[in-house]
Design a protein around this ligand. Structure first.
Ligand code: RIB
Length: 298
């Protein structure tokens, strides 16, 4: 079974700062690093490092060649990544503060110039039963969801960043929602994660729902019952791509037929390791590293 990640590829510019810049403030940064990122690229690499067979679809500009290199080095299939000669690649301006927390400004660039003809070309190579993993950093989301569903692909959605356009898509076609508590609240209209899961189950009775809760771990409703798992203790260096790492490892665990709590533990451990390192895609550990690292539950 193949995983197609149709999503963003970003050039991440990561500024190390004492605190996030405030309104009207000019702030000097302590360091600047350029990394491969984008929720699509990060999740493709996370799925691959977890052990899945992964194909990436999306679009870059001529300035984004190193993003393709990063995917190829990770053995992700890149034949469905288009190149737009007339637009810059997507990029992210990321501030990381002394506690390792981040805030991000996105410029969509080529991530937002995907045409319906390109979507058709990509999906022609996939079939019923293949998995489509989406985030919300590209255009044409409604078209991609509808066409993939018509083909019988299973859709997993990480609805990040959440916006009104996404809520207009037919989300009843999504089999797996993997999201944080803020995104769950936006779709379900409740800030209580258990209530949000209940509402989402009523709205989308065929979907399985994962809600990550920051320091409180995660909840997973598999259609019958809700499981809960905590997070692992690490010193946070950079939280960028922690959610992407969790998503990739979670989905791979599902495909491998692992038990819910085993999947949640593996995903939590992989994302804890990612948090203990700088960068986005570069910070994602391999499955061997995850297995070999002993961490304590918080
Ligand atoms: O989830 C982290 C990612 O969000 C970063 O790599 C950045 O590119 C933004 O897409």
């Amino acid at each position: 079974m193949k995983i197609l990640v149709f999503g963003s590829l970003n050039i991440d510019r990561r500024y190390t700062v004492d605190h996030f810049v405030m309104p009207g403030e000019t702030l000097s940064s302590q360091a600047l690093g350029t990394f491969s990122g984008g929720k699509g690229l990060n999740q493709a690499i996370a799925c691959k490092k977890a052990g899945s067979d992964v194909y990436m679809a999306g679009k870059i500009g001529t300035d984004g060649a190193f993003l393709l290199g990063e995917l190829k080095d990770a053995d992700v299939v890149t034949k469905h990544v288009f190149i737009d000669e007339d637009e810059f690649s997507g990029h992210a301006i990321i501030q990381v503060d002394k506690n390792g927390q981040n805030c991000i400004i996105l410029y969509g660039g080529t991530n937002r110039t995907i045409t319906q003809a390109e979507v058709d070309e990509v999906l022609a190579d996939f079939e019923a039963g293949d998995i489509l993993l989406l985030q919300n950093e590209i255009n044409a989301m409604d078209y991609i969801i509808d066409k993939a569903s018509e083909k019988g692909m299973l859709i997993a959605l990480n609805p990040s960043p959440m916006d009104d356009e996404l809520l207009k898509c037919d989300l009843s076609k999504v089999t797996y929602f993997i999201m944080n508590e803020i995104e769950a609240a936006a779709i379900a209209g409740s800030e209580d994660p258990d209530k949000a899961i209940e509402v989402l189950h009523e709205k989308y009775p065929h979907s399985k729902i994962v809600v990550t809760l920051g320091g409180d771990g995660s909840k997973y409703f598999d259609g019958e019952r809700t499981y809960q798992h905590g997070i692992y203790s690490v010193k946070a260096v950079d939280t960028t791509a922690a959610g992407d790492t969790f998503t990739g490892y979670f989905l791979n665990g599902i495909l491998e037929g692992m038990q819910p709590l085993e999947i949640m533990s593996m995903a939590a451990k992989a994302s804890a390791i990612a948090v203990s390192r700088p960068g986005a895609a570069d910070s994602i550990p391999t499955k061997d590293e995850v297995m070999a690292t002993a961490l304590e539950l918080k």
